[in-house]
Design a protein around this ligand. Structure first.
Ligand SMILES: C[S@@+](CC[C@H](N)C(=O)[O-])C[C@H]1O[C@@H](n2cnc3c(N)ncnc32)[C@H](O)[C@@H]1O
Ligand code: SF4
Length: 443
């Protein structure tokens, strides 16, 4: 991808670049030079005990959405998909033999993409069985499966339920047909209603709906409509992202061609207001705000999201598939982003690693702090126990600044972002970064 500087953190207009802080340090600091050290680390038994999770990337979609920045392919035939699944299973088997992972059982599994629900029932059966051979699921508490609503039918949903999927996540994004079309989504509103109804009937333990605030064509009125329709369906959780326009999206490519400096979507204050209004509406309907992006239903069994919480507190994660990210024993690494390089490494019996970064203790602390702040609150004691550091003292200046701006409060041993802070948390997190990492590109 082309090297371009990210938008300044203070910009109010939506320009090109990343907003979402998905990890720390930024990916641009992970290097090919550190890959051999990572291979050597995987060839040793684990140094620290940590929960283990598996992420499996399915990079196929029916259409590429104009805002999408993920590694995805459209128009692949079944032979190409089969070859990809075989490669991913070979990768899982190879990981299972590494001393750092041998005999360990995943506590959580996440099928993401791309669109895992694009796979046929036969392909899914093969994939699930192969993964379970490599990493048995008998200690697995949560299996998340991402879906594009138009790819679901009763047979597929029934298979997923019986195969142990506990958390079904539907990429709804909007309940307005024209907005879905304008953003090149493959599904319509009727697909959402049908998929959701079937999933509910089948009794999945948890159904999540993803929405994006700030799609092309979004207005106050249409956004309110999407929030109200979401409430009518009453999912167990609602995830709301603020639209970002990374450099590898169709929207950014069009901006560059036309010379427009600003994306044709709402500005950041508007997107924050939309998410804030949605959160208030969800709270008044009995939801609890569990992070900067999620509202969970309070009634009934508590709605958990083990994958997120485990990752943000330092769990190990094996990322399978093209361009996937892993984190094991304090080292980050990422697979090749090109499917040919990914497949040819595995065909040669090698893990397909492209870049890696072994974190220092300080970077590990910073990573957990910034990721946990996205939940809205952090406990001082946790960092004392884990890193022997009082974060109130270590980050006194940053916290004082955020308190003075009315974005955060310190309540004894709890540090809490106020709603205004939570709604722009990804911009604020850079203040905690080491100076060299501040506002660095996430590519
Ligand atoms: C891998 S997709 C979910 C499954 C499936 N591919 C789909 O889109 O229905 C993950 C989610 O990322 C969010 N997303 C994708 N591109 C985004 C962007 N540019 N800004 C904000 N959120 C985005 C969408 O809410 C999407 O549902
Ligand atoms: S369906 Fe999901 S992964 Fe595929 S292009 Fe659209 S947002 Fe991206």
């Amino acid at each position: 991808m082309e090297a371009q500087s990210p938008q300044p953190a203070t910009a109010e207009a939506t320009a090109g670049g990343n907003y979402f802080v998905s990890n720390y340090p930024p990916f641009s600091f992970w290097t090919a030079e550190q890959v051999s050290e990572t291979r050597a680390q995987l060839a040793q038994p684990p140094v620290r005990e940590a929960p283990l999770g598996i992420y499996c990337h399915i990079p196929f979609c029916r259409k590429r959405c104009h805002f999408c920045y993920f590694k995805v392919y459209t128009g692949r035939n079944s032979a190409e998909i089969k070859a990809y699944l075989e490669t991913t299973l070979a990768e899982a088997r190879l990981y299972a033999t590494q001393p750092a992972l041998r005999g360990r059982k995943p506590e959580f599994i996440y099928f993401g993409g791309g669109t895992p629900s694009y796979l046929s029932v036969g392909q899914l059966e093969h994939l699930f069985a192969g993964l379970q051979d490599a990493f048995p699921w008998d200690a697995t508490e949560e299996v998340t499966f991402e879906c594009e609503p138009g790819t679901l039918n009763e047979r597929k949903l029934r298979f997923l339920k019986e195969a142990g999927v506990t958390r079904l996540s539907l990429g709804v994004e909007s309940f307005v047909g024209e907005i879905l079309e304008q953003n090149n989504r493959a599904h319509g509103v009727a697909d959402i209603d049908k998929a959701y109804g079937l999933a509910r009937e089948l009794g999945f333990p948890q159904i999540n709906i993803d929405l994006i605030a700030g799609m092309l064509g979004e207005t106050d009125e249409l956004w309110q409509h999407s929030v109200e329709r979401t409430l009518e369906l009453a999912p167990d959780s609602v995830t709301i992202y603020q639209m970002e326009i990374p450099f590898n999206t169709t929207i950014f490519r069009n901006m560059r061609e036309s010379g427009a400096p600003i994306a044709p979507v709402a500005d950041w204050p508007t997107k924050r207001r939309w998410v804030g209004e949605a959160f208030e509406r969800l709270e008044s309907a009995g939801y609890h705000i569990g992070s900067a992006y999620t509202a969970v239903r309070k009634a009934g069994a508590p709605t958990r999201f083990i994958y997120r919480d485990a990752l943000w507190t330092g769990a190990d994660l094996v990322g399978l598939g093209v361009a996937s990210f892993s984190h094991i024993g304090g080292t980050h690494f990422q697979n090749h982003g090109d499917v040919r390089a990914y497949s040819s490494a595995l065909a040669g019996g090698e893990l397909p690693l492209a870049r890696a970064l072994k974190m220092t203790d300080e970077e590990r602390l910073l990573r957990e702090l910034v990721l946990q702040l996205k939940r809205g609150q952090v406990e001082v004691q946790r960092f004392e126990q884990r890193f022997g550091v009082d974060i109130r003292t270590r980050f006194a200046e940053v916290f004082a600044g955020l308190v003075a701006e009315g974005l955060l409060e310190i309540d004894g041993g709890t540090i809490r972002l106020l709603r205004a802070g939570l709604l722009q948390v990804d911009f604020l997190l850079h203040r905690f970064f080491l100076p060299v990492h501040r506002n660095a590109p996430y590519v």
